[in-house]
Design a protein around this ligand. Structure first.
Ligand code: ADP
Ligand code: MG
Length: 638
């Protein structure tokens, strides 16, 4: 008899097991779903190997899952005739967790990394989605014995035994067994209810009804084994779709939307695509991990095929079946497969159409979609083929909205546009408040021109990527051609004092003052000029015409990890009280040091507003000086 090896679980497995043992379970039965889904995966893999002609052990075994129950011994055994595991495979599959983001997942499950009583979380709600399903068996088991025989020739059967406490034992079996895996579960006292044929059948009907292989409990088939996506739509009830979605996604909620399509040309395919109610992307890997399952004639060719769905629709779950994909194609060549590309582009059109209809007919529901999935969806600006449709589906907050929660579409913006307006304006900032106090917006407010408020970096990429919507150019307010805005009448506030016009002579002096300010700031600015956009503020910085916006610039810099302010144009508000006073000071003595200080302060204040100021010391010293000086004027200090 070969010697038993004792092996330790990897640290992350121990942490997970610790959590599972101590967790709350609102829905403990999902451990059955996880084990059955693994069995089903193993059968899918075997079927795939057979169809591409690989020689497998026990080729004539039926592909199925059998479950037996012993209510006296409080045991269940789940057996499949799938691909099985070799010794090496079993050690790595059932001893480690090879998932990215494991650490983050464990942190999230337990607030401080330890599964302490007081901050218990419900493990059953989340474990399946993360895909460490096998270990969920320890929510119900005190001991588990996995016996497996690989489909590959000459690989001995192997047995894995564990109580989920730190280690597992491994034996190589001398006797030969049939291909596949059996999982023998000795139930915990508090999970004894599962040693019942009825209890198990009920759980299977609920969670595993759509497994495409027969599941027999004590000899009776419990699941329906139908390929729902091939059924005619009118025959399917929403509950069936919901159940199917929960089955493939391991989600506990119903889907937000169900999209069932059958296409005949240019390629033939059936697809069943779901939009979840909530994105599950806690590690930010969703776009990379996206995919739809690909079936050919009932055989699962690939789980999560990325090429079927673009990144910006990564939240979609589901599957595609097409007889036009060659069966024996390898996964590498699948990527370049033209059929896949055609399916994908037809499917994307269907999904976008679905969303358009929703946006049109169910505004509130569409906004709920946007709030949940918009962050990812926005990346679709690079889908050139669907540019127009995509643009209509975008939503933004806008100056025409009353608060930061409301949304506006580009179409709505266009409807509200002034007759002569040729451009759609937008401005990026950290919040509605920040944007509304941005000096660049002053002229837009006064002329009652709508501006879209952008809060996320991708928003600006999306709009500058699209560059146009219908006949209208999409423009950051900072880059608007102000001469074109002249024709729009300015709102005048009641009781507002209008600044006096400057005399011809003073205009000349103002020009000189601007030159003097440019000399003070030197190369830090490309130009100092009179502002046409400011009303309330004394100065602001703008980009030399046509160059990128500050926000965009900052993003580029963040990528390159440097933060030098870009050379900009400084604009001065001629009518501002400060400017008028500077003019007087200049007239009296063009070299007055107050002008130097004022120029520096105006420049640094503007930098501060744009988020570029990295050394606040000088600025603070200067302000303190000014405060000190002005305090001398305070009546009480006289
Ligand atoms: P996942 O299914 O998301 O990969 P699991 O924790 O459920 O994660 O399973 C881990 C791995 O163990 C699987 O990927 C598979 O390789 C292997 N495995 C589990 N159950 C079986 C089985 N019944 N037959 C063959 N391999 C299995
Ligand atoms: Mg699994």
């Amino acid at each position: 008899m070969a010697k038993t090896k004792k092996l330790k679980f990897k640290a992350e497995v121990n942490k997970l097991l610790d959590i599972l043992v101590h967790s709350l379970y609102s829905n403990r039965e999902i451990f059955l779903r996880e084990l059955i889904s693994n069995a089903s995966d193993a059968l899918d893999k075997l079927r795939f190997e057979t169809t591409r002609g690989t020689e497998v052990v026990n080729a004539d075994l039926p592909l199925e899952i059998s479950i037996s129950v012993d209510d006296k011994a409080k045991q269940i055994v789940i057996k499949d005739t799938g691909i099985g595991m070799t010794e090496e495979e079993i050690v790595s599959n059932l001893g480690t967790i090879a998932k990215s983001g494991t650490e983050a997942f464990l942190q999230m499950m337990t607030k401080n990394g330890k599964a302490e009583e007081k901050d218990k979380q419900d493990a059953s709600a989340i474990i399946g989605k993360f895909g460490v399903g096998f270990y969920s068996v320890f929510m119900a088991a005190e001991k588990v014995v996995v016996t497996s025989k690989s489909f590959q020739k000459d690989s001995p059967a192997v047995r894995w035994t564990s109580d989920g406490l730190g280690s597992f034992e491994l034996d190589i079996l001398e006797e030969d067994i049939k291909r596949g895996t059996s999982i023998e579960i000795s139930l915990r006292e508090d999970a004894a209810e599962f040693a019942s044929k009825d209890r198990i059948s009920e759980a299977i009907k609920k969670h595993s009804n759509f497994v495409t292989f027969p599941i027999n409990v004590e000899g009776d088939k419990v699941n329906t084994v139908t390929a729902l996506w091939r059924e005619p739509k009118f025959k399917i009830k929403q509950e069936q779709y919901d159940e199917f979605y929960k089955f493939i996604s391991h989600d506990y909620q119903e889907p937000m939307d169900t999209i069932h399509v059958s296409v005949d040309a240019p390629v033939q395919f059936n697809a069943l695509v779901f939009i979840p109610k909530q994105v599950f992307d806690m590690f930010g890997t969703l776009r990379e991990d996206r995919g739809l399952d690909l079936y050919v004639n009932g055989v699962l060719i690939q789980h999560k095929n990325k090429d079927l769905i673009p990144e910006y629709l990564a939240f979609c779950k589901g599957l595609v079946e097409s007889p036009d994909v060659p069966l024996n194609v390898s996964r590498e060549t699948l990527q370049e497969n033209l059929v896949i590309q055609k399916i994908s582009s037809a499917l994307v059109k269907q999904i976008l159409n679905h969303l358009s209809k929703k946006a049109e007919k169910e505004k509130e529901k569409y906004e709920a979609f946007w709030k949940e999935h918009g962050k990812i969806f926005k990346f679709g600006y690079s889908d050139y083929a669907n540019k127009d449709k995509f643009a209509e589906l975008l939503r933004f907050n806008s100056s025409a909205n009353e608060n930061a929660d409301q949304l506006t579409s580009l179409n709505e913006y266009v409807e509200r546009m002034k007759e002569e307006q040729k451009e759609i304006y937008y401005l990026t900032g950290a919040s509605r408040e920040a944007i509304e106090s941005d000096p660049h917006l002053e002229i837009f407010k006064r002329k009652k021109l709508e501006a879209l408020y952008l809060y996320e970096p991708v928003d600006e990429f999306a709009l500058s990527g699209l560059s146009k919507f219908k006949d209208f150019e999409l423009k950051p307010v900072e880059q608007a051609d102000l001469a074109k805005l002249d024709s729009f009448k300015e709102e005048e506030k009641e009781g507002e004092e209008k600044a006096e016009e400057l005399s011809k002579g003073d205009e000349k002096i103002f020009e000189k003052l601007l030159k003097r300010i440019k000399d003070i700031l030197g190369d830090r600015v490309t130009e100092v000029r009179e502002s046409k956009r400011l009303h309330d503020s004394a100065s602001c910085l703008v980009n030399p015409d046509g160059s990128m916006t500050s926000h965009m610039h900052k993003m580029m810099q963040m990528m390159n990890k440097e933060m030098t302010p870009p050379q900009k144009v400084m604009e001065i508000n001629k009518n501002h009280k400060l400017t008028r006073n500077l003019l007087k000071i200049y007239k009296n003595d063009p070299r007055d040091a107050f002008i130097d200080n004022a120029a520096e302060q105006l420049y640094e204040s503007a930098l501060l507003l744009e988020g570029y100021l990295t050394d606040p010391h000088k600025l603070v010293n200067r302000i303190n000086k000014v405060l000190e000086q002005s305090s001398e004027w305070h009546p009480s200090s006289k």
